[in-house]
Design a protein around this ligand. Structure first.
Ligand SMILES: C[S@@+](CC[C@H](N)C(=O)[O-])C[C@H]1O[C@@H](n2cnc3c(N)ncnc32)[C@H](O)[C@@H]1O
Length: 389
């Protein structure tokens, strides 16, 4: 069939992509092909060399099977693929969906609403594409009052369409916190969210420690924007999030009045991430979790002959500078006595600003090792800025 636009197929493509993102897709079986030499195709998510792909296996009438891995551009690829079959069965951890097209071209979907509702509201088992099924639960469901008041979910707890990405982002961030839970105090905790903006994340983190972990929480959130700070401050009072304070100001001038156990920051603009990391480590935070935003400083100052074969390509230059900036940030934290990691926050399709820098204060580290790391950091900076003799 010609690839004419179809709302029903658009719906199916969007749902399948959402299922992939939620790691809930098991397989898609495509039958009744338009092509006379084919029998059917099966599409399944796979992890190949640590890369998430959709594998398409097509069975032909001459008993052969052909494979193709789809790595990106899922919406276009799926739309074209789906237009070539009259029956499509989607098998997912949240239920099955059936798509049918009659000879006269009438299209119908069965089971889609149920799956969509589950995607939006329920906790579910994630399907790990490496084939080991891993039981995994979202920490936030959408039904929490603060999410409703913030407009992330509606009164029934359904995540609003426009807020899906933000919801996944804060849920993932909280999962990163849960993963290092044992590095933090058990009873009383002081948390800072620097460059908090509208504070979706701050509210989620407060909720996690206060309502799920049942701890005493002091949380301080700082941002430059007076209107946003006033809004969040009123909202915290309204929903009874005690000891959650919002401060309007520049984080560079902000003095931490409580010893920080956990410092978080999500997409602090450009060098604001460096200010966050310095402030957190200078004040001895136990754990720092920061997802940087775009940064440009190194792109302007890079002067390194050895890397010119990369930096002469402007597209690659920015990507390399992003990676170098984050690696330098981690090296600096390491030289301040932290165990450091760079991790992926969430599906890169949601946002390209997706690197989570994680720093956990080491208990024992020799002063000699720290001196070596400081020297390495200074040398690396000089190397990148063309100052090495
Ligand atoms: C991209 S927004 C991210 C907001 C929030 N963390 C989120 O992820 O939704 C960046 C925020 O950083 C704040 N910001 C940037 N530089 C700052 C500084 N020096 N001091 C305080 N806030 C700053 C901005 O006002 C803005 O609200």
């Amino acid at each position: 069939m010609k690839n004419v636009k179809s709302d029903t197929r658009d719906k199916l493509v969007a749902l399948v992509i959402d299922l992939i993102k939620a790691k809930a897709l098991k397989k898609v079986v495509l039958s009744k092909p338009d092509a006379s030499d084919e029998i059917k195709s099966i599409l399944s998510p796979k992890l190949i060399s640590k890369e998430q792909v959709l594998q398409l296996e097509t069975f032909s009438k001459d008993n052969k099977a052909y494979h193709r891995n789809i790595k990106d551009g899922y919406d276009k690829e799926l739309d074209i693929l789906f237009s070539n079959y009259s029956q499509i069965n989607v098998v997912s951890a949240l239920g099955d969906i059936q798509f049918m097209r009659s000879k006269g071209g009438k299209e119908s979907l069965i089971g889609d609403k149920k799956v969509k509702d589950k995607l939006n509201t329920e906790e579910f088992d994630l399907v790990d594409s490496s084939e080991n099924n891993v039981k995994k639960k979202y920490i936030l469901s959408g039904d929490e009052d603060f999410l409703k008041v913030l407009g992330v979910s509606d009164s029934s707890g359904r995540i609003r369409d426009k807020m899906q990405a933000k919801f996944r982002q804060i849920n993932k961030f909280v999962e990163h916190i849960e993963a290092i839970r044992d590095k933090l105090p058990k009873k009383d905790i002081n948390i800072y969210d620097l460059c908090c903006g509208k504070s979706y994340l701050s509210f989620a983190v407060y909720h996690y420690f206060k309502n799920i972990q049942k701890m005493n929480v002091n949380m301080i959130c700082v941002d430059l924007k007076a209107d946003v700070i006033e809004y969040c401050s009123n909202l915290a009072k309204r929903i009874g999030f005690d000891n959650m304070e919002f401060v309007c100001g520049d984080i560079i001038a902000y003095d931490m009045k409580l010893k920080p156990h956990l410092v978080i920051s999500l997409h602090a603009c450009d060098v604001a991430t460096d200010i966050v990391l310095n402030k957190a480590s200078d004040n001895g935070a136990e754990v720092i979790l920061s997802t940087p935003c775009c940064h440009h400083e190194l792109n302007h100052t890079l002067n390194c002959q050895a890397l010119s074969f990369v930096s002469k390509h402007s597209m690659l230059r920015q990507k390399m500078c992003d990676a170098l900036t984050d690696a330098l940030r981690l090296l600096k934290l390491e030289s301040n006595g932290y165990k450091v990691d760079a991790m992926e926050l969430i599906d890169p399709e949601d946002t390209p600003k997706n690197i989570m820098l994680r720093a956990i204060k080491r208990k024992n580290v020799s002063p000699e090792r720290l001196n070596d790391l400081k020297e390495e950091y200074e040398q690396t900076k000089r190397f990148l800025l063309g100052e090495l003799k």
